[in-house]
Structures are given as C-alpha cells and as structure tokens.
Write a protein that binds this ligand. Sequence first.
Ligand SMILES: [Zn+2]
Length: 74
Amino acid sequence: MRKKTLSIQCNICGNEIFLYVKFGKGHLIRCWKNKIIKDNSIKEGKHVKCQCGNIIGIDNSVFIKIKKQNINIK
Ligand SMILES: [Zn+2]
C-alpha cells in the first residue's frame, strides 16, 4: 500500500499541528491517532486546536475528524 507522510498545518499561523502517516489514496477526512507521529496540538474537551486557537478538529476517541477549511496539508 502507498504510504505518505503528511504535514498538517494551521492555515492561520502556519504551525505544524500533526505529522501524519497516511496509507492509500483518497482525501484526508480523519486522522487516526495511532498514525500521528508528531502531535503539537492542544486539546480542549473534544476540540483539537492549534496553539494560536484555531480549531483544527474534533476528537472522536480513536480518530480526529479534521476541519479541512482550517488546515493546510503539505
Ligand atoms: Zn495556528
């Protein structure tokens, strides 16, 4: 299977929030927690935020449902 390492960044301040290993094709909708290899996010209840306060996702226990409109993927 194709494997890619993605840098998931805040689209307000540009900070890297996750370094994430993605398998296979298709759009990134969920970040499975066991595939996050670097985590710079802040958790506030179910909200997953950048250090600048931008909400980048919602914690769903085993994965984070990301808010595509608030991030850049590189
Ligand atoms: Zn930010």
